[in-house]
Design a protein around this ligand. Sequence first.
Ligand code: DGY
Length: 321
Amino acid sequence: MTRPKVYIARKIPEQLLSPYRNQWEIEMWPYEDLPVRREELHKQMGQADAIFITLTDVVDQELIDGAKQLKIIANMAVGYDNIDIDYARKKGVIVTNTPDVLTESTADLTFALLLAASRRLIEANEYIKEGKWTTWSPLFMAGTDIHHKTLGIVGMGRIGEAVAHRAKGFHMNVLYHNRRRKPEAEEKLGAVYVGFEELLTNSDFVVCMTPLTQETKDLFNRRAFQLMKETAVFVNTSRGGTVNEEDLYQALKTGEILAAGLDVFQNEPIGKDHPLLQLDNVTALPHIGSATRDTRYQMMKLALENIDRVLQGKEAKTPVK
Ligand code: DGY
């Protein structure tokens, strides 16, 4: 019997693949730290029954058209804006993502970034390491308080809720804005639903947790930043495309908002000359929201399990609906 062909578009640990070696004919991109070349992915998709990709791989109409026997695109990420979902659906290709397994780790990182940006942790760390610490003074490295302040969460999905949960431990008031109201979250977390503009106006911290879609592209633009408090801290661990980076730059430069903590950017990866990296009030991270070993292993495992199920004619565990 011929085995289904599975293409893994990033080198992943052998221990995760070995349970499937007898069932599948596996081809794998040989590098862990380099994304697959588009032509290679195109070629592989022409022969594969299943592909395992990461968020750096853009799967558009052209690539889907080249896939003659593809049944599943398993994305190792909860976000799936790198895939033309509608077209895949039209062509009968199942798309899966990796929700749940990364919720808590991503919420941890989001909260860490909020703390770091507000209490100037990275700046202080650089200061001491550069040997600049000579004395203590009243307003030295003074940041902004987090406890008892108002947190505004835009996009109250699983991760948004997990961030709200952490905020309760800091005695914060939580506002949220979402496509639909979440009465369970309101009850459980005391979160208050408000309109987008009301959230921007009243929050001390605005956290973007919404997926990138046509509707949320550039959601955080000039007007949004102007509506925020001058003391507001903006945090984004979702997707860079939700933010107009030029507008954010202006808002941070001119003092329209106080600071930003950014884990994601419009065009990743960014180099050290990126304008936002030139600002002292920006704390930046290289898209590491879910980056713990445990969570990344869980994500890889889940993507492989989805492939396994679909190739066996079963329903995927976490299909994108
Ligand atoms: C995702 O899963 O979408 C994150 O951005 C990476 O973990």
